[in-house]
Design a protein around this ligand. Structure first.
Ligand code: UDX
Length: 436
């Protein structure tokens, strides 16, 4: 198939590379020249395991190219719209500027029989609105909504081997054509028996936000239990293991700690609340307000714990923050709980030194005032070590060796990944969220 991918951020760059890997002829289009140059030279503009290898393999086959020239979409028959839908400034709703602009710019380059496929996460009702625009401007083109469920850090694997495929399509012949085209695009995963669900537009749009809301709810549920564990002396990791053995509940996404961040879960649940409000269905998702509040509360609790172990005041104290990315195996710092805690401590006057294996440059770009440094410089002489993003190398830290370098043996485990017994035996004060 001949495919264009509009928007080459986390979603689009991975999608373009994976579509070429599946054997399609792909052009990736983005307005950002720097990004296009990097991608065209086989380099990933962000850290994503497996992506650089895929980009260089694909460019070598000649099946993948990148450009800033949208007119090159004209050579394709299937157009994936992968642009961002960030949170609007000062509100909860999704900003659809980029989606609308991409559709408008694409219109003159569409040919009869083309399928435009929305992948961006949008408020329910967007696809129907865009389909109406297409019906007026390009009646021989059909729209499908095909949400993406990839996780950063596993984006390549999730795209090549998805859990499920969801096609939101129009009714009648146009919808049937879209299904046929998408089946051809995804022939390889479908051959692996990937479940495929064909729905209408609003269902496909809702699947995405419902899935993310459920995941956020699971995390905030266990973090609410962590608050009770703190109040009672119970251990949230044992509690999660015990309830997780019930397969109706499941152990995944029950890791208590600093909570969720990133470019998706926080903004998606907020945009969902905003959209439900517009639809007069706000009561149906009032609980998400609580999910968000529990999540944000954990960050404050970490700041309080640091204050407590440092004797009631962090001002002037040396704190090492391990982790700036919103999760391991990513350099993404969007709504990062780790970075938020680091900044709050800095604002309280602490001498914070943040380190991260991949996200240092991004952390510095958003908070130039924050001291982002190497691991060694962060921990040497620290009076408290806060593990806030659970990179493998931090999970494996040796308490004896680290103890030689710090000024005081205080460790705060924001992700419940260290063995408290081992750290205490090495003379550390061990504190965590939801366990004692
Ligand atoms: C998420 C969804 O998983 C993915 O399906 C969707 O397409 C986009 O949003 P992502 O943002 O990459 O993916 O990260 P994810 O792995 O879901 O983690 C989100 C956040 O939750 C991270 O900050 C992570 O640290 C946190 N988390 C996750 C927990 O606090 N506890 C857990 O048990 C799991």
């Amino acid at each position: 198939m001949r495919i264009s991918v509009i928007g080459c951020g986390y979603l689009g760059a991975v999608h373009a590379a994976c579509m070429a890997q599946l054997g399609h002829d792909v052009v990736g289009i983005d307005v950002d020249e720097r990004k296009v140059k990097l991608l065209a030279s086989g380099e990933a503009p962000f850290f994503e395991p497996g992506l650089p290898e895929l980009l260089s393999q694909a460019s070598a086959t000649g099946r993948l190219r990148f450009t800033t020239d949208l007119a090159q979409a004209a050579s394709a028959d299937v157009h994936f719209v992968c642009v961002g839908t960030p949170q609007v400034k000062g509100g909860y709703a999704a900003d659809l500027t980029y989606v609308d602009a991409a559709f408008e710019a694409l219109l003159p380059h569409l040919g009869a029989g083309d399928v435009v496929v929305g992948k961006s996460t949008v408020p329910v009702g967007t696809a129907a609105r865009l389909a109406a625009t297409l019906a007026d401007a390009a009646p021989e083109v059909t729209l499908a909504w095909n949400p993406e469920f990839l996780r950063e850090g596993f984006a390549v694997q999730d795209t090549l081997h998805p859990d499920r495929l969801v096609y939101g399509v129009a009714s009648g012949a146009a919808g049937e054509h879209a299904v046929e085209v998408l089946d051809a695009v995804y022939a390889a995963p479908l051959a692996e028996d990937t479940p495929r669900l064909v729905t209408d537009y609003p269902t496909a749009e809702l699947v995405k936000v419902a899935a993310n809301s459920f995941l956020a709810t699971k995390i905030s549920f266990i973090n609410a239990m962590a608050e009770l564990c703190e109040a009672t002396g119970a251990d949230v990791t044992q509690l999660a293991d015990a309830i997780g053995h019930d397969d109706r509940i499941g152990r995944k996404f029950l890791n208590a700690g600093l909570g969720f961040g990133g470019g998706c879960l926080p903004k998606d649940i907020r945009a969902f609340m905003a959209r439900a409000d517009e639809l007069g269905a706000d009561q149906a998702v009032t609980f998400l307000k609580e999910i968000d509040a529990i999540n944000v509360r954990r960050r404050g609790r970490m700041v309080d714990l640091a204050t407590e172990v440092l004797g009631g005041d962090v001002a002037g104290r040396r704190i090492a923050v391990l982790g700036a990315a919103f999760k391991p195996n990513s350099d993404d710092v969007r709504d990062s709980p780790a970075l938020d805690v680091a900044v709050r401590l800095m604002e309280l006057g602490a001498q914070v030194r943040v380190t991260d294996p991949e996200a240092g440059a991004n952390a510095h770009a958003v908070h130039p005032d924050l001291d982002v440094t190497t691991f060694d410089a962060a921990v040497d002489g620290a009076e408290a070590v806060l593990l806030l993003t659970e990179w493998q190398q931090y999970r494996e830290l040796d308490p004896d060796a680290l103890g030689e370098r710090v000024a005081a043996r205080h460790v705060l485990d924001g992700r419940n990944v260290l063995d408290p017994g081992r750290w205490r035996a090495a003379g550390w004060t061990y504190r965590a969220l939801g366990r004692h």
